[in-house]
Design a protein around this ligand. Structure first.
Ligand SMILES: NC(=O)c1ccc[n+]([C@@H]2O[C@H](COP(=O)([O-])OP(=O)(O)OC[C@H]3O[C@@H](n4cnc5c(N)ncnc54)[C@H](O)[C@@H]3O)[C@@H](O)[C@H]2O)c1
Length: 886
């Protein structure tokens, strides 16, 4: 009789206790080998070896390609032992030789395929390539790393295949392993250990210990040096393993029991379906977790189907497993035989009809063996224990149903969800049924088919996690995120400032990719701009007012043949529906480029359209911060008001009625490619809009300067914008056709836009957005009314900046303190507003006073407020500011 030893740390050793046990051939009940019987000490030694090997990096430190080379050597050693492996597996486990003969070949394929996938396809490292985190910019990437010491605990039904399923992914992904085969069937795993040693897999990387599951399991599943348990076996033991593993919070993957439904539809190919039902249940004596042990058959073909199954079952040849003519061999053990016999009794007591089988079989010439006849129970109700509990033998329950829906409901009425089948000649119908079943694998017109590249695992109490495929490899890794800060400076780290009194961000990056073409006649540059962008089909987006002023037509003329249409339905303060409607038009016309002609409403809508055109879906999908990874649909913006600056900003402000507020797409990728500032587009702008949009630009400039993110470049742009607005706004109000002044206003708006894109805005914007959404106050007008109040509030933190603003507003600050100058800046803004006829009070804009408190709470939740120079923490402050503006 052959003698097998434990494999620990690269050596074949006796058990520390010196104990051995026998393995029995279930087909003859004769002992075939003795095996060293591992105990607690051996399990601990194996874990220690695996830990040491893992920590040394001798295996985990190799590249996936280097590991692949070693795994291929391992596969070659398996090939050398293939015949011995097959014969031993056959005798040890009762698998018929046809099946056991396949096992080494499948294992070699698995080792080769998965190691190649790990070396060439597996996402070991991935960049998270979104535009970046505004608060903590940096490189973000993830690494998948080996988990560490993995324990594999495997069952007796497919000892060699299960050993491969555990060893292959664990080793390929860089882990080390302690494998414990079932005590009935330990031999093939110990032969695989020989192959691994011969292949030069380093000592300790793979360890195999045989012995009683309970004793070894409790050591393996509780030991603090074990990082992961991969178990295949019964649900009952799976629960216990999960419980044990929880003390040290190990990762656990479980492949557990099943009671899978094999659904025969009334249009199935009868011969195929009968074959599938029998193969799905009786193959390998039914000792397969995903067996289709509940065959669901429609009433109208039920009797006929049962009759055909009976015939087929009775034709199956049961014999010694090494006999190549046997279709079925013995059950694995005496205990398993007893379990099957117990369930036959239960089935009869429950009132199911025993159609065939239900008895042991004697094989001529063999005195013993645990042979059992393929057994069919008909008239089974799904509630019966034989239909709910896993028997793990050649016993099938045939259940009647009347509609596809009922079949799906019966299939799902189980604590399990591992496998399942559908037989039908109607592909669509079969797929519909397959989708309805809560299970890990469904076969259509097939059963028991596995592939290295397809994941296998359970729903519900059939398990956790997946084996095989990329999904299976992932289970043997843990994810590490690595953030590398782009700004390694204490005073520029916005997040650290949450715990510091220094509220100013010093470092910055300036990104203003929009090409600006400005001046009289700048419109003519659009023809070349379109071509430079590689586009030919521009859609003009505009609004009715702008269109009526003839401005869209001017652009269409300049575009000549490169214009596919004008869409002029954009409303003021656009909502998501406005973007979706414009996108629909652009899709219809197959536009490859958007030209926006209008104020902030049109340009922001266009930004949203560029995103949805590029990525599909609708605007609501993209109300996000910094998630775009590629350039969007090209966009040329032609501003027609004197102020949003949207033509150069990274934000689109869109109203979500569902959220009841203005929400944003914020991303450098939505900055228009080209902005054309041609004064001809603002000449017809009515006086009130001229004034209110100018005050929007003024607010951008001043809030950019006082924001926590301000910097020298934005301050420079902002101060110049403030100067230009202060000088030119009164001019354009009195002489609307003053081209030079109109152009200066456009330049101011663009500079203010650039300033705030990098430095952000503040509380005045948060408050203006709120009254805009809740009470329809035009954005510019709201900004203007609120801005001076917020400036005074910010004097505490931003006196120096506001004093510079006063200077730019032409206030003589020579004899003033910084604080006096800052307050004078607010007065000067108000004086300018009065001079140009800007509305001065929220009460005149239709805001009810009793709603100011509600507005204050909304405003505090606006993103813009985060950047306000003076921290905004007390809602009473905001209520007070609203009241001052009232
Ligand atoms: N994305 C950004 O950077 C940004 C910045 C500020 C404001 N916004 C958003 O922009 C919107 C406000 O934009 P806006 O203030 O530019 O106003 P707007 O685009 O809503 O236009 C206001 C009105 O002016 C008319 N009009 C515009 N130009 C004209 C012209 N040349 N001749 C005649 N009529 C003309 C329009 O028809 C419209 O009725 C708000 O929704 C605001 O939230 C966005």
């Amino acid at each position: 009789m052959e003698q097998y030893k434990l494999f620990i740390d690269g050596k074949f050793v006796d058990a520390a206790s010196g104990k051995t046990f026998e393995s029995v051939d279930p087909g003859t009940e004769a002992p075939i080998a003795t095996i060293a019987q591992a105990g607690k000490a051996d399990a601990e030694a194996a874990i220690a070896a695996a830990r040491k090997a893992f920590n040394s990096g001798v295996w985990s430190g190799l590249t996936p390609a280097a590991r692949m080379a070693k795994i291929h050597d391992f596969a070659d050693e398996v090939a050398k032992q293939a015949l011995r492996l097959a014969a031993t597996e056959c005798m040890d486990s009762g698998q018929i030789i046809g099946l056991a003969g396949f096992a080494p070949l499948l294992g070699i394929g698995l080792l080769r395929n998965l190691s190649l996938a790990a070396a060439t396809k597996f996402p070991w490292e991935e960049e998270i390539s979104v535009s970046g985190n505004a608060f903590a910019p940096g490189r973000e990437f993830i690494r998948r790393e080996p988990i560490g010491v993995c324990v594999g605990i495997i069952p007796w039904n497919f000892p060699m295949t299960m050993a491969f399923w555990k060893i292959a992914p664990a080793l390929i992904m860089g882990n080390t392993m302690v494998l414990k085969p079932a005590s009935y069937t330990s031999l093939s795993a110990l032969i695989l250990a020989e192959a691994a040693k011969a292949a030069g897999i380093p000592d300790g990387v793979i360890n195999v210990i045989a012995g009683p599951g309970g004793e070894l399991g409790s050591v393996l599943c509780t030991h603090p040096d074990v990082d992961k348990i991969a178990f295949t076996g019964s649900t009952e033991v799976g629960r216990e393993i999960m419980r044990m593993a929880s003390d040290t919070v190990k990762k656990v993957t479980l492949e557990l029991g099943g009671k899978s439904a094999n659904i025969i539809l009334d249009d199935a190919d009868m011969e195929l379906a009968v074959e599938g039902a029998c193969f799905g249940t009786f193959f390998h004596q039914g000792q397969i977790c995903e067996s289709g042990t509940r065959v669901l058959v429609p009433s109208k073909i039920y009797d006929q189907f049962v009759e055909k199954m009976k015939k087929r079952a009775e034709a199956l040849r049961i014999g010694y497993q090494l006999d190549p003519t046997s279709h079925m061999g013995p059950l694995v053990s005496k205990q398993q035989l007893a379990t099957v016999e117990r369930y036959i009794k239960i089935g009869k007591e429950e009132g199911a009809k025993l159609v065939t089988g239900g008895k042991r079989v004697e094989v001529p010439g063999i005195p013993g063996g645990y042979y059992y006849a393929p057994t069919i129970f008909a008239n089974v109700k799904n509630k019966m224990r034989i239909a709910q509990e896993e028997i793990f033998g050649p016993v099938v329950c045939v259940i009647k149903y009347d509609s596809d829906e009922e079949a799906v409901a019966i299939a799902n009425d189980s604590i399990y969800g591992l496998g399942g089948g559908v037989f039908s000649t109607n592909q669509a119908r079969a797929e519909r049924v397959a989708r309805g079943i809560r299970t890990g694998t469904m076969w259509i017109n097939n059963y028991h088919i596995f592939a290295d590249y397809c994941p296998f695992g359970g729903y519900k109490q059939s398990g956790v996690g997946r084996e095989l495929g990329i999904a299976g490899l992932q289970e043997y890794t843990v994810i590490k995120r690595i953030h590398v800060s782009a700004i390694a400076d204490a005073k520029s780290n916005m997040t650290f400032q949450l715990m510091s009194d220094y509220k100013k961000v010093d470092g910055f990056a300036y990104n203003c990719p929009t090409m600006v073409v400005a001046g009289h006649g700048a419109l003519s540059s659009i023809y070349k701009a379109i071509v430079d962008l590689g586009c030919r089909k521009a859609l003009i987006l505009t609004d009715p007012g702008v269109n009526k002023a003839g401005l869209a037509q001017k652009v269409k003329n300049a575009l000549a043949d490169f214009c596919v249409g004008i869409h002029d339905k954009i409303p003021p303060d656009p909502d998501l529906a406005a973007v979706d409607a414009a996108t629909a038009v652009a899709r219809e016309l197959k536009a490859d480029c958007i030209v926006s002609v209008g104020g902030g409403s049109v340009i922001d809508t266009a930004k949203g359209v560029c995103v949805t055109l590029k990525n599909g879906g609708n605007a609501n999908d993209y109300l996000n911060f910094l998630v775009l990874t590629e350039p969007q649909t090209p966009h040329i913006a032609i501003p027609t008001t004197s102020g949003t600056g949207s033509e150069v900003t990274n934000v689109a402000v869109l109203t979500s009625h569902k959220a009841g507020r203005k929400l944003f797409i914020v991303d450098a990728r939505i900055m228009p490619n080209v902005a054309i500032l041609d004064p001809v587009f603002t000449l017809p702008l009515p006086k009130d809009i001229t004034v209110s949009t100018a005050m929007d630009a003024m607010t951008h400039a001043i809030e950019a300067m006082t924001s926590t993110m301000s910097n020298k470049i934005c301050d420079g742009m902002a101060l110049q914008a403030i100067r230009l607005i202060n000088e030119n706004l009164p001019l354009v109000v009195t002489e609307g056709k003053n081209e030079k002044a109109r152009l200066n206003m456009q330049l101011a708006a663009t500079m203010a836009g650039w300033a705030f894109t990098i430095a952000q805005v503040g509380l005045a914007h948060g408050m203006a957005h709120t009254v805009g959404v809740l009470h329809h106050v035009p954005h510019g007008a709201a900004c203007g009314i609120i801005l001076p109040k917020v400036m005074r509030y910010n004097v505490e933190t931003s006196a120096e900046k506001l004093a510079q603003v006063a200077h730019a507003l032409n206030v003589n600050i020579a004899n003033m303190s910084e604080r006096e100058a800052a307050l004078a800046a607010a007065d000067a803004v108000e004086a300018l507003m009065i001079k140009v006829g800007h509305p001065m009070r929220l009460r005149d804009m239709g805001v009810p006073q009793e709603n100011l408190a509600v507005c204050a709470f909304h405003a505090m939740a606006d993103t813009a407020v985060i950047f306000n120079g003076r921290p905004v923490r007390d809602p009473n402050d905001v209520i007070q500011l609203y009241n001052q503006a009232y």
